[in-house]
Design a binder for this molecule. Structure first.
Ligand SMILES: [Zn+2]
Ligand SMILES: [Zn+2]
Length: 200
């Protein structure tokens, strides 16, 4: 009988996978690339064509705050338009009375992008690149962040007995898995699909 003790909830999250790296498809050559990150930056590097990208993990917020010279109220208007964010000052309308006047554009560091980022539509959250290990089962995406994560999924789903890891955390890695992957009737076919992915 195959037995597995499940991993903790964050072991294979999009965030923790940044240390070993998330394996993705290069947008230029479709070859294998890696997304990694440190505190300040996320990096993409293609292992076949050498294409590279970086992005600042800090997210900034731009706004103008003013006291309206018509109605006297204080207001703050967020500047969402990226082309306008570059200007030192902008004309904005008072949200209360509509009087437009010029105000200084303030830039504030909002948060570090992003500790709670999730995989969506088989794409990693930093550059929106498609995962290397991605397939579909009955129209639903089946994916792994990297080779270690893929091996875990196979180990977990092919075990006969699954146990929670010791400790106080109630959520485990398996809580990330959608029900269709864990359902007994699909499990064998999902494992087969995952093993096929391993050949990539
Ligand atoms: Zn490439
Ligand atoms: Zn006003």
């Amino acid at each position: 009988m195959k037995r597995i003790v499940d991993e903790h909830y964050f072991t294979y999250s999009a965030y923790s996978a940044l240390t070993p790296g998330i394996q993705v498809k290069c947008p230029r050559c479709r070859g294998l690339g890696m997304v990694t990150a440190d505190k300040g930056k996320a990096c993409f590097r293609c292992l076949s064509c050498g294409h590279q990208m970086t992005r600042d993990r800090m997210v900034y917020r731009y706004n103008v705050h003013n006291q309206c010279k018509n109605c006297g109220r204080y207001y703050r208007v967020d500047i969402e338009d990226e082309t306008k964010q570059r200007f030192p000052a902008l004309h904005v309308a008072c949200p209360y009375c509509g009087t437009a006047m010029s105000g200084e554009v303030h830039k504030t560091a909002q948060k570090c992008f992003s500790y709670d980022a999730e995989i969506q539509d088989g794409k990693e959250p930093w550059f929106g690149l498609e995962l290397w290990f991605l397939d579909a089962f009955q129209g639903k995406p089946v994916w792994a962040l990297n080779r270690e994560h893929l091996a875990y999924l196979i180990r977990y789903l092919s075990a006969d007995l699954r146990e929670k890891p010791p400790g106080i955390l109630r959520k485990t890695q398996a809580d990330h898995l959608p029900t269709f992957m864990k359902t007994a009737k699909n499990r064998d076919r999902i494992v087969k699909l995952l093993k096929k992915m391993q050949e990539r």
